[in-house]
Write a protein that binds this ligand. Structure first.
Ligand SMILES: [Zn+2]
Ligand SMILES: [Zn+2]
Length: 164
């Protein structure tokens, strides 16, 4: 998802990242934003103010700037949870592809609005998955025994609910 070598997709903040790392000055006198428009007169980087604003916003999102991400996400979702539809003031910006899977340093497409509860649940499931993956990478036997333990917990839970 992130091709720029300066970026660390496994971190939510890109320390030391500069605008020109993402949008280097073009040698062929074209706008740095990639719109393809040629620079005229005294223009050195951007063809228009719009090109500059958009690029700067994209840069801040990739950098991991919380305010920019929330501002932009609100303009897309208006605070409505994408999972359950609930509209609250306490909504949270969630990385759709989690940072531990390389979802950091990404543009706004990798963010979604989630309400507090849905976010908590997703974070819990993600961290559980991450934990299991870590174990299975290092020790297949431990992973297997953990599966058995999970199975045991579920069975106990089922018995608890079925007896009045
Ligand atoms: Zn441009
Ligand atoms: Zn929700």
């Amino acid at each position: 998802m992130c091709q720029n070598k300066q970026l660390n997709p496994f971190s939510r903040i890109q320390h030391g990242l500069r605008v020109r790392d993402l949008f280097p000055m073009q040698l062929n006198k074209k706008c740095a934003c990639g719109c393809g428009n040629g620079l005229v007169g005294r223009q050195r980087m951007w063809f228009s103010e719009d090109c500059k604003q958009k690029s700067y916003q994209e840069y801040l999102v990739i950098l991991g700037d919380r305010d920019t991400i929330r501002h932009l996400l609100y303009s897309i979702d208006q605070g409505a949870c994408r999972h359950c539809g609930l509209i609250t003031d306490t909504w949270e910006a969630d990385h759709i592809l989690p940072v531990y899977k390389g979802g950091g340093a990404c543009s706004i497409e990798n963010f979604q609005t989630l309400c507090y509860d849905c976010h908590k649940q997703k974070t819990y499931l993600d961290s559980r998955e991450a934990h299991n993956e870590t174990i299975s990478l290092h020790d297949p036997l431990k992973s297997f025994s953990r599966c058995l333990k999970d199975l045991g917990e579920r069975t106990i839970f089922a018995v608890d609910t079925s007896t009045p």
